[in-house]
Write a new protein. Structure first.
Lengths: 459, 264, 442
């Protein structure tokens, strides 16, 4: 029996309640449904909601917390000495238990863990059974409540709509929930990281080499966790990207809004949008396979030593990717400038270029800046291009011909492949994630503010 | 190679601009139908008529602002000092500097008052140094009757002025490039009566120096500020004559109906 | 000009538009305008060119990924090695599975090249063929048992190195030590080519099979199914929640601070880097909830978090576009606010909502960074059958192949990108079609 079974059972109960209560309401007035305050189907909907919703909540609670509860039960049931021996890496222990419980005991030999895993499975099954019993019980109570409610005067529709309204409202809070989830999980893991590594080292340290002990009993030299080279690399690549996307995006927006005819505009605008729709993994492949070797070969012709994973290659391709971010938002900003400004300037004998440079661009500047900020934020958070085309070695340099690594590359490197739970190395990925989140958040908030204030000026 | 344009009426002065058999089409819409008209340097000419009669369209032909509309087609001749402004060798940038324009809604740039007025002289290179530019700005604002109101806050945003001040700023902006003709497209339609009175006084003040063409929907305004009046209806010129004559003794029945309020 | 007021500054008195200085200045201004215009046009052209080069590059390398080299070898299906075809069918196929097909292959090759004697050379000779050739023979025998005892020509998959050489991707003029395909192999290959035994054919296996370690045996089907399952989970969670949130915010939410916070929050979420959502998925779905790693379920939920803001924003835009008059009319007929929303507003807004949802889904389809965080990068051969099977998705498959060292993976990666782009173009095509079919101006 699984959680999915419980879900199906609850759904069937809800369906049953709908049919039964609907019929009951019809029977109550012997088919003369106009005597009911609410239509029979609303009585049915109401019953279905009363029956299934609380049970679904119980199920949701169990699905999200069940394994944690069982884990804690197992932990308290473990022999004292096992817990003591693994005091440092209690998560690792639990992980081993869960691995055996879920995938079988292929490599595990520790008797305590094997028995704990068996207990885990049986406890979990008990939990599932208890959840099912609770869900069915609540559903039954709901059913009796709903059937008793059926009556000529019962405002089933209003009650049903109240429940629906609450559901709609809860859905809109999910967005806040996601943000809270992001912030909470990042901060929680980062705090654990900062217990091991001082925050000052992370923020100001110039050396990034996340080496920690590989085994529990191994005492290796602690690594260094200075994030400065990572952010330097990130911003170097973003800078290169903006050098491509800024001029091309802005000039395209200007050309398409001010010079191009409707035909070219209708053709070129969607074409630019396609650039934003191409998956980043495709750009990464293009950067690593085509652009990087090309730069290296051409660099060699000019006597330049271009690294095969140069910041330039990743930055150039990323620049292509973010052209549409600059162009479409700048396009919006320029289009929002009232036409009367343009007319006023042209009527004074200004050329189109003078009108654009001296009137339209200054008037649209907040929107244009905001498009740049959003593009930078996108570049800073971009992952696949740099994972595929930028280097792994932290390098504090301003030379785009060298290889640098970025925050996102390190997060991916730290969290893919074999990882050690709870080590500073793994946790540092969350600290980097938090720093990345905050950095992009600053750019985004600033950009969105500018746009909003700018809209107020012209509307 | 200036053409000799025969004036429509035997008058003492030579017309500044002459309009000969001008037709304007927007796609399928025939907005202006065969207009003949003379405009004089020392006179204010008012174009009146019900909305949609083509008066604004004709006005926008005089400095070729219609060029910015892609499906607008202009036929016929418009002469400025005997030279057709639609001729291929005419420079539209220069033309617009010589024929300035003031719009229906005040449209100051989101720049300082000073920069608004200095905009034209700067792009055309009319001032050799900063002092000359200061002089032009002051003189233009003075002529527009705005100098005393704004001289202490030239660095404030032009868009922060009141509606009437904004419109006078736009007039100052147009004057600053020293145009020969000023076109005004219902310059007071978005202003309150007091601001309107000030702008009308300003037009009167400027009337001897520039050829002024004003489009208005207000007959009283036409009567107050203009010396010549043209009445348009459905793209055709119904009547053209001295303002006093048009308002006191209109020759055409349609004109009479319009100024007495029977059509509109 | 009659402007001769004595208080006019000299600068304002005369403008000689015909003066040479003015003419020169004017020319300069026009030149600047043309320059500006040219720059703008070249920016548009550059962006277009990038797109063409990018897609052209992918297609150019990718098309050959759909084709694979086969070598025709006369194989004698030795009755002394193979089981008796008279056996019942199931017993026969079981027996065939036990047969060492490599032996039959080796014999066939040695018959073709009798001069090859040295042990190393024999190994090299068999390496002309793919390791998949054995299972090709096996299924051939199972399909038609009566070939046992005969010798017939069979088309067998060539190894990736041979395939690359046939496609011209390996420069055989390079010094021998710089390439994997040695001179002897090149010799054998050209002999086979001169006998017209080498052919390049469309390779349906690339569409229908799962991942493999061998480039000539890989297929995208596993990743396509993985992507489909993942997107299904994403759609089933993000669409109802997104739609409900949009309905609430547009039709019911009071204008207060909380609503404003939700709105700002949604806009900000839409711009959060996707990898951060991966971290959330890792910490919450895998860490706290304890879901299975690498499964479409957890991948789909993570992508749902990611696409929720997009869906809410586009659904809200579609709902706002429904004119107030429709609401007023329905209210006037006695409908409750909920009925107005669900019976009138949402159906009218549905094309717009669906368009936005499809675009959100196509973005989710191309996403890979957050899926790396939750372990969807594993090497998985089997095609997943459910949302809790280990799976990978198309973009991650592309990432994995792009990382593989073999030369032949380059064209496979490009070919997989073509498959991904095909799905993206189809989805966006549907969105555009929806928008045009149902677009209305109120």
């Amino acid at each position: 029996m699984t959680n999915a079974t419980i879900f199906v059972v609850i759904a069937l109960l809800g369906l049953f309640a709908f049919v039964a209560v609907r019929q009951r309401s019809v029977a109550l007035v012997s088919g003369a449904t106009d005597q009911l305050h609410s239509l029979p189907r609303y009585h049915g909907y109401y019953a279905a909601v009363v029956v299934s919703l609380p049970s679904l909540l119980v199920l949701l609670l169990w699905v999200t917390t069940g394994k944690l509860i069982v884990e804690n039960l197992i932990l308290s049931g473990l022999p004292q000495e096992t817990v003591a021996a693994n005091a440092e890496r209690i998560d690792l222990l639990i992980n081993r238990i869960r691995l055996v419980a879920e995938n079988g005991s292929a490599i595990e030999t520790d008797e305590t863990i094997l028995s704990a895993a068996t207990r885990f499975n049986s406890l979990y099954q008990q939990g599932v059974a208890a959840t099912l019993a609770l869900a069915v019980g609540i559903a039954a109570a709901g059913y009796f409540y709903a059937t008793n409610k059926v009556g000529r005067k019962f405002r089933a529709r209003a009650r049903y709509e109240q429940v629906l309204l609450v559901l709609l409202a809860v859905s809109s809070f999910v967005a806040i929930g996601i943000t809270i989830g992001i912030v909470a999980s990042l901060i929680f893991e980062s705090l654990r990281f900062f217990q091991q590594v001082p925050i000052a080292e992370f923020v100001f340290g110039l050396k990034w080499s996340p080496q920690t002990a590989l085994r529990v009993d191994q005492i290796a030299a602690e690594g260094s966790f200075g994030a400065v080279p990572l952010f330097a690399g990130t911003f170097l690549i973003s800078f290169v990207a903006m050098c491509v996307a800024g001029p091309i995006g802005l000039l395209s927006a200007i050309y398409l809004t001010q010079y191009a005819g409707p035909a070219l505009r209708g053709f070129a605008k969607p074409l630019l949008e396609i650039l934003a729709g191409i998956p980043t993994v495709v750009y990464g492949f293009f950067a690593a396979l085509t652009v990087a070797p090309m730069l290296r070969n051409h660099g060699a012709v000019f006597g330049l030593d271009v690294a095969s994973e140069s910041a330039l290659a990743a930055g150039l391709v990323m620049g292509i990717m973010i052209i549409p971010f600059v162009s479409s938002l700048s396009d919006d900003a320029i289009t929002a400038v009232p036409d009367s400004m343009k007319q006023g300037s042209l009527a004074l004998g200004a050329t189109p270029a003078e009108t654009i440079a001296r009137v339209i661009i200054p008037a649209a500047l907040p929107g244009i800046i905001s498009s740049f900020l959003l593009a930078i934020s996108r570049a800073v958070g971009e992952t696949m291009i740099v994972v595929m085309a930028a280097g792994m070695r932290p390098n504090l340099t301003a030379n785009p011909l060298e290889a640098v690594t970025t925050v996102t590359v390190q997060i991916v490197a730290l969290l893919t492949g074999d990882q050690e739970f709870n080590s500073a190395k793994t946790l540092s990925a969350f600290a980097l994630g938090l720093a990345l989140f905050l950095t992009t958040l600053v750019f985004n908030i600033f950009a969105l503010r500018l746009v909003r204030r700018y809209r107020q000026v012209y509307e | 190679m200036n053409a000799v344009v025969e004036p429509l009426m035997a008058t003492e002065s030579k017309p500044k601009m002459s309009i000969r058999d001008v037709h304007v089409r927007y796609g399928d819409v025939h907005a202006v139908k065969g207009i003949n008209l003379d405009l004089y340097s020392d006179k204010v000419t008012a174009l009146i008529g019900p909305s949609g009669c083509g008066k604004s369209t004709l006005l926008r032909c005089l400095n070729r602002m219609n060029d910015t509309i892609s499906d607008c087609e202009v036929r016929g001749q418009i002469y400025l000092d005997g030279k057709d402004v639609y001729a291929s060798d005419i420079d539209v940038v220069q033309l617009r500097a010589r024929v300035g324009m003031v719009f229906q809604k005040p449209n100051p740039f989101p720049k300082s008052i000073y920069d608004n007025v200095a905009y034209g002289p700067r792009i055309h290179g009319l001032a050799t140094d900063r002092d000359a530019l200061d002089e032009i700005v002051e003189a233009s604002l003075e002529k527009a009757g705005l100098w005393h109101e704004v001289k202490d806050r030239l660095d404030h945003l032009g868009t922060a002025l009141s509606g009437g001040q904004q419109q006078r700023l736009c007039i100052a902006r147009a004057i600053a490039v020293n145009p020969e003709v000023i076109l005004m497209d219902e310059p007071c339609s978005s202003l309150d009566p007091i601001a309107t009175a000030k702008v009308e006084a300003l037009i009167d003040e400027l009337s001897g120096r520039y050829a002024i063409v004003i489009v208005t929907h207000s007959m009283q305004q036409a009567a107050r500020v203009s010396q010549k009046t043209v009445f348009f209806h459905l793209g055709e010129m119904i009547e053209y004559g001295d303002t006093t004559q048009i308002f006191t003794a209109p020759q055409q029945e349609q004109t009479r109906d319009y100024i007495t309020g029977r059509i509109g | 000009m009659n402007d001769n007021d004595e208080h006019m500054p000299p600068a304002m008195q005369q403008v000689d538009w015909a003066s040479p200085q003015m003419k020169a200045r004017l020319n300069r201004r026009y030149w600047m305008d043309r320059l500006f215009r040219g720059l703008g046009l070249s920016a548009v052209a550059a962006a277009t060119l990038f797109l063409i080069v990018l897609l052209g590059n992918i297609i150019q390398t990718g098309v050959s990924g759909f084709f694979q080299t086969s070598i025709e070898i006369d194989v004698s299906f030795d009755a002394s090695i193979l089981p008796d075809p008279a056996l019942p069918r199931s017993e026969f196929s079981q027996a065939v599975a036990q047969v060492n097909m490599q032996r039959i292959l080796r014999q066939a090759l040695l018959e073709k090249f009798p001069d090859v004697k040295a042990r190393g050379d024999v190994v090299r000779l068999t390496r002309l063929l793919s390791s998949g050739a054995r299972s090709q023979l096996r299924s051939l025998v199972v399909r038609s048992p009566n070939i046992v005892g005969t010798t017939i020509p069979v088309q067998l998959l060539a190894s990736d190195e041979v395939d690359q050489a046939v496609k011209g991707n390996i420069d055989v003029s390079l010094p021998e030590e710089n390439r994997k395909l040695k001179n002897k192999e090149v010799g054998w290959l050209s002999l086979l080519q001169s006998e017209n035994r080498v052919s390049l054919n469309f390779h349906p296996r690339f569409i229908t099979s799962g991942d493999s370690r061998e480039p000539e045996l890989v297929g995208v089907w596993g990743a396509v199914v993985g992507s489909a399952l993942t997107l299904l989970v994403t759609l089933l969670t993000a669409f109802p929640i997104g739609l409900a949130a949009a309905i609430y915010l547009e039709e019911f939410a009071p204008r207060n601070r909380l609503t404003t916070i939700i709105e700002i929050n949604i806009n900000n979420l839409a711009a959060v880097p996707s990898i951060v959502f991966g971290l959330l998925g890792l910490a919450f779905f895998l860490g706290a909830v304890g879901m299975a790693r690498s499964a479409p379920l957890v991948g789909g939920l993570t992508l749902a978090l990611l696409s929720l803001p997009t869906i809410i924003i586009s659904a809200r835009a579609a709902i706002t576009a429904v004119p107030q008059s429709i609401r007023d009319a329905a209210r006037g007929l006695g409908a409750s606010p909920m009925q107005v929303a669900f019976h009138h507003v949402v159906p009218q807004a549905m094309p717009g909502i669906l368009t936005g949802t499809i675009i959100g889904m196509s973005r989710a389809l191309g996403e890979s960074a957050p899926l790396l965080m939750i372990g969807m990068v594993a090497f998985i051969v089997d095609v997943p059958t459910g949302i809790d099977d280990p799976a990978t998705v198309l973009p991650v498959q592309i990432f994995l192949w792009a990382d593989s060292p073999e030369r032949a993976f380059i064209e496979k990666t490009s070919a997989a990108i073509m498959v991904l782009l095909f799905f993206l173009i189809s989805m966006n095509g549907i969105a555009i079609w929806l928008r045009q079919k149902f677009e209305r101006n109120w």
